[in-house]
Write a protein that binds this ligand. Structure first.
Ligand code: HSE
Length: 297
């Protein structure tokens, strides 16, 4: 009975909207087995809110694997042991989805290749920037071409650490995407394109300083400011405390700072800035995670 461990992820990394993501050392575990009837249990994060019925993300993902493999849908017993805060921009839904896919694939003896799992995960999630690093680990750049996802995994630069300020309120990706405009200007598109290109070059060179300078964004974060009270001040506080860069993690509301080595000042500075706007948050120092989803049993 497969037990799958899946990392949290931070998507976008600033300018790489729907394109870049990185796995983090914070994990959910999902156990899947065939059973006489559907049975889903959830402990830890989201225990009170995650659905136990057929709409459960891990269950739907597992069924998609059965279908893709040409097998009849099976009844499943799924146990979720969660550490990734839910609906905060740290890839909790991607982790559930990937756990369901990888677990079901293991149950079927590995019929689907990793590439198939990434394509399927992206189709289910709608964008690749959380699911691809959740599967591959490391820092991933991904591009969709219809059903197919092209991606490359890069090793996060040595010495890179992150500090996440995780507000105690949830923000759904659907709502956060609803704030985005249908069109952007050519100058804003060029701003982001140039930064994504140089950011990836900096990652490959292990140049943390350049990486940090290339993490500004004009395509999504400015439009999400009203959804995260105090966001601009939290960004400024992280920078003033010595962070190399600071971004919204995925679609928020978590704000994540990127640092060289451990910086104990950044987390408290971000939490104090959030508090000035009436937002309680928890702070987690999270190292980049080199390993993607893994079957432990
Ligand atoms: N790229 C997605 C977004 C990530 O920003 O909406 C969601 O986690």
């Amino acid at each position: 009975m497969p037990l799958v461990r899946v990392p949290a992820t931070t998507a976008n990394l600033g300018p790489g909207f729907d394109t870049l993501g990185m796995a983090l050392e914070l994990f959910d575990e999902i156990q899947i087995e065939l059973a006489p009837a559907l049975e889903i249990s959830v402990s830890g994060e989201g225990a009170a809110t995650i659905p136990r019925g057929p709409e459960n993300i891990a269950y739907r993902a597992a069924q998609a694997v059965f279908e893709r493999a040409g097998r009849l849908p099976g009844n499943l017993k799924i146990a979720m042991y969660n550490h990734i805060p839910v609906a905060r921009g740290l890839g909790s839904s991607a982790a559930a989805l990937v756990g369901g896919l990888v677990g079901a694939n293991a149950l079927l003896g590995g019929v689907l290749k990793q590439e198939d799992l990434i394509n399927l995960a992206t189709a289910l999630e709608g964008h690749p920037d959380n699911v691809a690093p959740a599967i591959l680990g490391g820092l991933v750049v991904a591009a969709r071409d219809g059903e197919r996802v092209y991606c490359r995994r890069l090793e996060p630069p040595a010495g890179l650490t992150t500090v996440a300020a995780i507000p105690q309120f949830t923000l759904s990706t659907r709502v956060s995407r609803g704030a985005l405009p249908a069109r952007v200007t050519m100058s804003d598109a060029v701003f982001n394109l140039s930064r994504v290109g140089l950011l990836l070059a900096a990652v490959q060179d292990g140049d943390l300083e350049l990486m940090g300078k290339m993490m500004d964004d004009r395509l999504h974060q400015p439009y999400r400011l009203s959804l995260v009270p105090g966001m601009e001040e939290v960004f400024a506080a992280a920078r003033a405390a010595g962070a190399l860069a600071v971004t919204l993690s995925g679609s928020g509301p978590t704000v994540i700072a990127f640092c060289q080595g451990r910086n104990p000042c950044v987390g408290p500075a971000m939490a104090a800035a959030f508090a000035r706007h009436g937002v309680a948050c928890i702070v987690k120092e999270l190292a980049p995670c080199s390993r993607g989803a893994v079957v432990l049993e």
